[in-house]
Design a binder for this molecule. Structure first.
Ligand SMILES: Nc1ncnc2c1ncn2[C@@H]1O[C@H](COP(=O)(O)OP(=O)(O)OP(=O)(O)O)[C@@H](O)[C@H]1O
Length: 329
């Protein structure tokens, strides 16, 4: 559905300095999936979005959306191809003087869709985002979360194949964030749209994404389905998605060591219970830990404390059981 192949984007500043915003970026996003892109400030996230929408020409490489290389299109073809891509931003940026319904209708109006069809689509879209009764409200009469719902309805009105969400929940409180992420998942399930979410919040990735990529200095440095990423315990994404539990200094007694245990299992396997039994048999204590289900995987992170002289034996037992275990430095 979306493929970027060896994409480079170089900005040349006035003094001739070159900035490599995208530096050989390759990425595949499966149709109908929700893919998160995370990266620190300056990693190239905004540039990636602009290149995906064709707003910014790439310096080299291919940007394939629904099989068409949008870097090769004429401006008329590009306008047409952009109808395949709906955009959701941090702020909904609704037209304040227009009603909710008129805001959702606007892209359809621009695309020359007939009035009758526009009305039908707007009603369907408002229903989809659970705002069927707010079509005649103005943006100022809506909460931030409702405005974002209108933004999503507007982005989907022209039936795009792809929904690009740029920090869609960064301006929202945790509860509204949850409801917007649920809506994005619901929309994907019902319409089959492919979603890319650019975010700096790992909680967004954890709660809604099927797969994730880490963008750094214009390149994808780690990428994969959530369950694969969290199974690779030493990866950065894994450490950020499922951080090791904090252990206060006073929880570690003199002569004790801390062992970090990471496990991944599939639902139905009694992995967590087995590991806890092994831990108990080693005479170790659990100083902190989490177990949760991410994607198709159950993941666990435990911080154990035990007498330092028993660490080698405990590590051997745990590793024999197929879990990742290492002494905390
Ligand atoms: N129009 C531009 N002209 C010159 N350099 C640019 C331009 N846009 C972005 N850059 C540079 O490209 C690099 C990537 O910027 P980009 O805005 O894509 O990062 P980002 O990951 O979106 O960051 P943030 O999270 O802070 O928005 C940065 O070094 C930035 O300074």
């Amino acid at each position: 559905m979306i493929s970027l192949r060896d994409v480079h984007k170089v900005y040349t500043l006035r003094d001739g300095t070159e900035v490599r915003a995208l530096d050989g970026l390759s990425l595949d996003v499966a149709p109908g999936s929700i893919h998160g892109v995370v990266g620190t400030s300056g990693a190239g996230k905004s540039t990636l979005i602009r290149c995906l929408t064709g707003l910014e020409p790439v310096t080299s490489g291919q940007v394939l959306v629904s099989g068409r290389d949008i870097s090769q299109l004429s401006s008329r073809e590009l306008r047409e191809a952009r109808r395949q891509i709906g955009m959701v931003f941090q702020h909904a940026n609704l037209l304040e003087q227009r009603t909710t319904a008129q805001n959702v209708a606007y892209p359809l109006y621009l695309a020359g869709v007939r009035k009758g069809e526009r009305h039908e689509t707007v009603a369907r879209m408002l229903e989809l985002v659970d705002l069927a009764d707010r079509g005649s409200s103005y943006p100022a009469q809506l909460s931030g979360g409702q405005q974002q719902r209108v933004g999503i309805a507007r982005a989907l009105a022209d039936q795009p194949a792809v929904l690009l969400c740029d920090e869609p929940t960064s301006a929202l409180d945790p509860e509204t964030t949850r409801s917007i992420l649920e809506l994005i998942r619901d929309v994907r399930d019902r319409l089959g749209v492919t979603v890319i979410i650019i975010t700096h919040e790992m909680s967004v990735v954890r709660s809604v994404c099927d797969s994730v990529s880490l963008l750094e200095a214009g390149r994808i440095v780690e990428s994969g389905p959530i369950e694969d990423v969290v199974s690779t315990v030493t990866s950065r994404l894994s450490r950020e998605l499922v951080p090791v539990p904090a252990v206060p200094d006073d929880a570690v007694h003199p002569g004790e060591a801390v062992i970090d245990v990471a496990l991944t299992a599939h639902p139905g396997q009694p992995a967590a219970a087995q590991i806890l039994a092994l831990v108990a048999a080693q005479g170790a204590d659990v100083a902190g830990g989490i177990f949760e289900t991410l994607g198709q995987a159950q993941v666990g992170r435990l911080a154990l404390t035990l007498p330092a002289e028993r660490t080698e034996a405990a590590l051997a037992v745990l590793r024999d059981a197929g879990v990742h275990a290492e002494v905390r430095a």
